[in-house]
Write a protein that binds this ligand. Sequence first.
Ligand code: ZN
Length: 399
Amino acid sequence: MKKLYYENAYTKEFTANIIEVKEQDAKFHIVMDQTSFYPEGGGQPNDLGKIDDSAIEYVYEENQKIYHVTEQAPENFYNVKCQIDWERRFDHMQQHLGQHILSACFEKLFDGETIGFHLGTDTVTIDITMENMLPSQAEKIEYLANQIVFNNLHVHQRYPNPDELKKMPLRKPPKVSDNIRVIEVDQFDYSPCGGTHPSYTGEVGIIKIRKWEKMKGGIRVEFLCGNRALKDYHWKNNSINKISALLSVKDIDAYEGIDRLYNEYGQMKKEIRHMKAQLTDYEADFLYDRSDVHKKTKLLVKVFEDRDINELRVLAAKITSKPDIIILFGTKQDLKVQMLFSRSKEIDINMNQLFKEVAPMINGKGGGNPQSAQGGGSDVSNLEGALQAAKQIIQNRYL
Ligand SMILES: [Zn+2]
């Protein structure tokens, strides 16, 4: 079987004869006498495309045969027309050769060895044996990689004999023992590889490192080449333009603008926290002073609209730090109700027990301790009723 993608990586259309069809799990695994569809392998994803009118879903190699998986059974076996999804293939070629170049730069500049390569739909990464990388180092690597692109070096595929192989300064040892294929980027890099690559480095387009992170045994570097880099640049440029317009700063000052805004925001949050605390102090004093007095004990019953329970808890704690007061708070929020019962520490009433007595009235649950209890319920209509019932119990039983 001829692997046309090794004879010419730019073959987009070809004709072939189907020599074997295997039916498996309602799919057809087709073998042809020649193919330009690249099977998944060596970090490079498989090609897609069509055999006549059947869409190819997957291509893989097994026992020296290349299988093309389709949903439809083939109708013709001779001179079938095959068409490669070229946009996808060329993208893989750009990312793949970009990886060779980038890996070579890591090795030449910082002795970083490539121990992993992943070419995904959304991200492309290489794993490098460097403990960490400084931004200045990344910049040097990127710069060299792009000079290799701009110099438009010829990319050769070589099938060296054992003697020639020994003389080649291979970047990594080959994974196979016969028919070793070496991709040479014109005296710059020699790497054993079974993938597809453009003929000149210029076709890779820009090589851009996006980010990197530490991982076990090194760093994982995410990068993009060619059209992917262009698309990445496109949305980033849009983003920066929008941000700089929003902040009324030059695009190059967008980060400083955000940084300043973020600091201001932090400052304001602090001020708001401080003001809220002050306001709560005033509110606590106000409510305390205006509470009804029953036989020397103040009784404060109040329903709040849409007030956060945590805020109410702070308010309640401030009020009950003063002497001789019982508070029965309720709040309605998003079709739910919450109640908070609390008292000054010297009053001898079990608020937890009281809460549990009236909680069923709001279809609620919760609890606490003798001094303070809280909980939520689903019956919004009966909140006032429940608070009044609790007030009655206090007046009748305790005061
Ligand atoms: Zn390769």
